[in-house]
Design a protein around this ligand. Structure first.
Ligand SMILES: [Zn+2]
Length: 258
C-alpha cells in the first residue's frame, strides 16, 4: 500500500470526478513525468547538463551551426539516457486513460518520445523530438533508429545519405521557433478542451506555460499534479502535490474501473 494523505485522497476523488465528466480532456506534461524513467530535468538548477555547460553556447541554433561536433558531444549523455529509458507508470496511465476515451490529446514539452513508446496517440511534442533528424542542407528527414546505435556507441556525428551534410535532431534549440503546425494544434486543443490535466511540469518554460491560461480563458478547468508549486495553482480546480508516477495510475484505475 502506498501512503497517501487524506487531503490527497479527497483531491483525487475530485480529479477522478472531473475527468469522468469532461467530454474533451487534454494532458500537458513536462520533465517531471520523465524523471521516474531516469531522465533528469536538465533545466533544473543543480542538475546535469545546464550547469556544466552554458546552454546558449552549445544548445542554440547558432552554436549548432558553428560547432555541431560540440553540440553532439554535449547531447550525448542525454541521448544515451533517453535511448535507454522506458515509459514509467505515469506515461502508461495516461496512455490507458486515452485508450479508454478519457484523454484526447497529450501535449508534451519532453523530447524523449516516452508517451508514444507507452502507446499514446495524438501526442503533440511542442519542443520537438529526438526520434527524427533532418538534413541541414536538403531537409531530408531520417528516423533516429537508423543512426542512434552508432551515435550512442561511438558518438559518430550523423550525416545525410543524400548530400553528405550534417543532420540536426528535430528538437527545438534556443533561437529556434517551436514547430508551427504542432504548436497551432496544441493551442487549438487547449481552446476546445473542457479539462486540462497538467502533469509533472512547473510551468516555467514559455510559451508552453501559456497553454493552461488559454484553456482556462476558454472555460476549461484545470487539474495540476506536480511536486512543486506552479503559478497556475491559484486557478486550478484540483491540485495534487505528489509524484505523477504514483498518482496517475491511481487516477486511471479509479476513472476506468470504478
Ligand atoms: Zn541532405
Amino acid at each position: 500500500m502506498t501512503r497517501i494523505s487524506a487531503e490527497i485522497t479527497n483531491t483525487l476523488t475530485l480529479a477522478v470526478d472531473l475527468i469522468k465528466k469532461s467530454h474533451y480532456t487534454v494532458a500537458l506534461t513536462g520533465a517531471g513525468i520523465s524523471t521516474p524513467s531516469g531522465i533528469p530535468d536538465f533545466r533544473s538548477p543543480g542538475i546535469g547538463l545546464w550547469t556544466r555547460f552554458q546552454p546558449m553556447e552549445v544548445a542554440s541554433l547558432s552554436a549548432f551551426r558553428h560547432n555541431p561536433e560540440q553540440f553532439y558531444k554535449w547531447l550525448h549523455p542525454l541521448a544515451v539516457q533517453m535511448h535507454m529509458a522506458q515509459p514509467n507508470p505515469a506515461h502508461l496511465a495516461l496512455a490507458k486513460l486515452q485508450d479508454a476515451g478519457y484523454i484526447s490529446t497529450i501535449i508534451t514539452q519532453n523530447i524523449d518520445g516516452l508517451h508514444t513508446r507507452a502507446g499514446a496517440k495524438n501526442v503533440l511534442e511542442v519542443h520537438g523530438s529526438l526520434d527524427t533528424l533532418t538534413c541541414t542542407n536538403c531537409y531530408q528527414q531520417y528516423s533516429s533508429t537508423t543512426i542512434i546505435e552508432d551515435y550512442i556507441e561511438h558518438c559518430t556525428i550523423p550525416h545525410c545519405q543524400v548530400c553528405g551534410s550534417i543532420l540536426k535532431p528535430d528538437v527545438i534549440l534556443y533561437e529556434e521557433q517551436l514547430p508551427i503546425k504542432t504548436w497551432l494544434e496544441a493551442e487549438e486543443a487547449c481552446k476546445l478542451c473542457e479539462l486540462m490535466l497538467v502533469c509533472g511540469t512547473s510551468l516555467e518554460v514559455m510559451p508552453s506555460a501559456k497553454l493552461p491560461i488559454q484553456a482556462l480563458d476558454h472555460g476549461a478547468q484545470l487539474i495540476i499534479i506536480n511536486n512543486a508549486d506552479t503559478f497556475m495553482d491559484i486557478r486550478a480546480a484540483a491540485i495534487i502535490r505528489a509524484d505523477v508516477a504514483e498518482i496517475l495510475p491511481q487516477i486511471s484505475n479509479e476513472v476506468i474501473n470504478a
